[in-house]
Design a protein around this ligand. Structure first.
Ligand SMILES: [Zn+2]
Length: 338
């Protein structure tokens, strides 16, 4: 054993450091919620910095989100009009255009298109107010949404829907997807997702919004949401908002929990795989339920759950800089899984 000479001065210094460390450790949990709300990270991409306290959601909130997901998927399983989960759709053989379920799905999509357009524009206005997006961008986005007038069924697209920048008035729908979304609430949510891509257009009008939504979702969930994922997530968020607004304007006998679940329940997969552009289906649900906590509490029919992860006053500040122009996409956005 080696004898270590410890002077009184060193001992004092060490003791001070230990006390200081213990003090800071005690303060950390109290500060973490505040840190969530002030998402002003200088991080601009790449791997997220490790061990950032604000990127670690509180266990209580995580637990509520997980319970809400379970409630959504349980509701889906009981619902005769429940959406087919994406992984189940993926495993199905191609479906011809003439299949009665695909024909019914196309009729549903065409019937809902006018309401979807109107509600997408309203939702984009709400989000843009919340995130301080320039009005000019929202007006351009709204004009593109209003111009959409066609749903094109497509056997090859299978369980996907997509839009193409070269044909900005058309939403393409795989026949398996048309057949798999069996409720108005499920269909209008996916329609709204695609319309939000169209709203962004060639000009990337909504990219500042996408970035801010992605950043907030990262803060709330601790997930790394970069690349095209913020756009896809925002499209899903608009889908959920539109579905909720549609439910409000079309009261019926079914429970609110059942109808709201339909907006996101196609994400109730067993095989939770993904690609570069999307969060996995279950992580998409996690992010949506974190961004919109009232959605989860309404689905769980639990009025006691009124938590709010981020206060409105702490919404990300308006960017006063003109966004950096990025090279125009060469490829159209095809096969956009929703
Ligand atoms: Zn998409």
């Amino acid at each position: 054993m080696k004898y270590r000479h410890v002077t009184l001065r060193n001992l004092f210094l060490r003791t001070t450091l230990v006390v200081l460390a213990a003090f800071l450790f005690t303060l950390a949990p109290a500060n973490s919620r505040l840190a969530f709300a002030q998402d002003d990270s200088p991080w601009k991409g790449g791997e997220p910095p490790p061990a950032q306290p604000r990127e670690t959601p509180l266990p209580e909130e995580q637990n509520i989100v997980e319970r809400a997901m379970t409630a959504v998927c349980s509701e889906r399983a009981r619902d005769p009009l429940g959406s087919i989960p994406i992984d189940v759709m993926q495993a199905r053989p191609s479906m011809p255009l003439s299949h009665p379920d695909a024909v019914a799905g196309l009729k549903r999509a065409e019937r809902l298109l006018p309401a979807a357009k109107e509600l997408v524009i309203a939702s984009l206005r709400d989000l843009s107010n919340e995130y301080n997006i320039e009005d000019m961008r929202v007006r351009a986005a709204a004009a593109r949404v209003l111009a959409v007038d066609k749903i094109e069924p497509d056997v090859e697209l299978r369980d996907n829907a997509s839009v193409m920048l070269s044909t900005p008035r058309t939403v393409y729908f795989g026949t398996i997807f048309l057949a798999g979304l069996q409720s108005d609430e499920g269909m209008i949510s996916v329609l709204a997702h695609e319309l939000t891509h169209i709203a962004d257009g060639k000009e990337d009008s909504l990219h500042p919004l996408f970035r801010l939504v992605g950043r907030r979702a990262s803060t709330l969930t601790g997930m790394h949401i970069a690349g095209r994922r913020p756009e896809e997530l925002t499209c899903d968020l608009v889908g959920a908002m539109v579905s909720r607004a549609y439910i409000t304007r079309t009261p019926g006998k079914e429970t609110l929990a059942r109808r709201l679940s339909r907006a996101i329940e196609h994400n109730c997969v067993e095989e939770d795989g993904t690609d570069e552009a999307h969060l996995s289906p279950r992580n998409t649900m996690r992010a949506l339920l974190s961004l919109d906590p009232t959605l989860g509490s309404e689905i769980m029919e639990d009025p006691l759950i009124t938590f709010k992860l981020v206060e409105p006053s702490n919404a990300p500040a308006k960017s006063t800089q003109t966004p950096t122009r990025r090279p125009r996409r060469v490829m159209p956005r095809t096969r956009t899984r929703t």
